[in-house]
Design a protein. Structure first.
Ligand code: BG6
Length: 489
């Protein structure tokens, strides 16, 4: 079947990157090769990388610029010679001051030649244990403060984890702010770069029809699901000391939940959106220890303890489900159910907004319960799209009704779906747009919510085993059954 173009009209605000430099620390690593350089390549193919932009990879591996480009080349789907002209490489030890002096010299020469303001984006694609060394050295070399020249800047992009609980996150934050202002810090949550996640705000605030329904008067409950079929793979060392709640809830799930639940921001400006997110997370009711066992489910897949790199007696959770309540006018009394886990039946991330049933069924003998509930499903991945579930007449005998899914799939569009999250995030970091990056107070608010859980759940929440390839522990199903509800299958 020919792809059909569903779009009528369309407004695109696309700005190519500023003519500055992107410096990737950890350039010879996995993240750089698998995600960052392919994303930059794609930006270049779409003419979104400024023609004079320089990308400088820094790594410990002894490549020359030439051999680094050859190492990168297989990572790109098409012809990459023109793109690779933007790329250089500098080998060195992250702790050596000479590395930073050489880098600064290269950047200054480039900036003088180009005649553009000095705009540098440093990307730390490194283990967090190296952050301190790199940031202290950048600061020591005077490379974190821009000259007074108008439009000069220094941005620093960081990957998670941002702490492991409230105190450690605060400590990291205080430390970072010794070297950088908040406007310079770009904390990545790659979920925010996904087209389908960005679509949540467009759907809610560029359409009038949803807003009157988007509240406790019409919505029964919301389900946020992030299931994965993969296990911990070669990240067992990190994962076993972190666990699923820190790995997925504190960031990705809370970010998705806040986009669904925030109040309309005054504008689409970075701080206007992030102010609303902070308020929302702060409105989530804190967990009561005496009810923790009834609100939170911890699970671990069978065989996890035998994975290479995992402690034989590990009690780290690979699955978590929970019920949250938001104490504000819009959401009072509407439960938000969140679940995420590893080694489950399939990969699926989605948000289901489940509406209340009709107040009275005129279709006796069909009762309101039999009629089912309307549901809007935002399919984040992998089958990106949206589905509106309604009740409708089925062709057939007089009273024949069924659930109908009005389904939109991005894959049916001529351009397909979706852009790699890192494309958008790298472009925004280079442009200085912080909307899709996590602000320090939001991190603090989310750790404030989850730290008491992490500190107490070993005592209050049993660790439920579940079969790899299943839908998770039975206790997760019971969490909703207790409220006479069920997870979306
Ligand atoms: C990462 C987590 O942030 O997100 C991983 O550390 C997880 O454990 C991954 O697998 C999931 O990302 P995505 O984009 O594949 O859903």
């Amino acid at each position: 079947m020919e792809p059909r173009n569903y779009w009528r009209g369309g407004l695109c605000v696309e700005v190519s990157s500023a003519p500055g430099s992107l410096i990737i620390f950890g350039a010879s690593g996995d993240l750089a090769k698998r995600k960052l350089f392919p994303a930059l390549y794609s930006l270049h193919q779409r003419s979104l990388l400024h023609e004079t932009s320089r990308i400088i990879g820094i790594g410990r591996t002894q490549y020359t610029s030439e051999s680094f480009r050859e190492w990168l080349r297989p990572a790109f789907a098409g012809e990459s010679t023109r793109f690779l002209e933007h790329v250089e490489y500098l080998a060195g030890d992250y702790g050596s001051a000479e590395l930073y002096q050489s880098l600064d010299r290269i950047l200054e020469e480039y900036e003088q030649r180009s005649g553009f303001p000095s705009q540098r984006t440093y990307y730390l694609a490194l283990p967090t244990t190296l952050y301190q060394t790199v940031i202290e050295n950048l600061s020591g070399a005077g490379m974190l403060s821009a000259s007074d020249q108008e439009q000069s800047w220094r941005h620093l992009v960081l990957e998670k984890p941002f702490g492991r609980d409230f105190d450690s996150a605060r400590e990291l934050d205080l430390w970072l702010h010794k070297y950088l202002r908040e406007e310079q810090i770009y904390r990545i949550d790659h979920y925010l770069g996904k087209d389908t996640v960005q679509n949540i705000l467009m759907l809610r605030f560029a359409n009038r029809i949803f807003e009157p329904l988007w509240n406790a008067n019409y919505i029964d409950h919301v389900q946020v699901t992030a299931e994965e079929s993969i296990g911990v793979g070669n990240r067992a060392g990190y994962f076993d000391s972190f666990g699923l709640l820190r790995d997925m809830f504190q960031n990705h799930l809370l970010e998705m939940l806040s986009l669904v639940a925030i109040e309309p921001p005054v504008s689409f400006a970075a701080d206007a959106v992030r102010d609303e997110k902070r308020k929302l997370i702060e409105s989530i009711r804190p967990f009561e220890l005496s009810r923790l066992g009834a609100e939170v489910v911890r699970g671990q897949y069978e065989g996890y303890r035998s994975e290479p790199g995992v402690a034989g007696d590990s009690s780290t959770e690979t699955y978590t489900a929970m019920r949250l309540q938001i104490d504000n006018w819009r959401w009072k009394g509407v439960p938000f159910y969140l679940r995420a886990g590893k080694k489950l039946a399939a990969k699926r991330t989605e948000i289901a907004i489940v509406f209340k049933p009709v107040p009275h069924s005129i279709f006796a003998p069909l009762t309101t319960e039999m009629l089912g509930q309307n549901m809007l499903v935002l399919k984040i991945q992998p089958d990106e799209g949206m589905e509106l579930v309604i009740q409708a007449k089925q062709p057939g005998p007089k009273l024949c009704m069924g659930e109908l899914g009005l389904n939109f799939r991005y894959a049916d569009l001529p351009g397909g779906c979706c852009f790699e999250a890192y494309e958008r995030l790298l472009l925004d970091a280079m442009l200085g747009d912080q909307t899709l990056f996590i602000r320090s107070d939001i991190i603090a608010a989310s750790w404030r919510l989850f730290t008491p859980v992490l500190q107490n759940w070993e005592q209050y929440c049993e660790l439920h085993p579940y079969q790899p390839g299943s839908n998770g522990p039975a206790a997760a199903a019971k969490l909703l059954q207790a409220d006479k509800r069920a997870w979306r299958a």
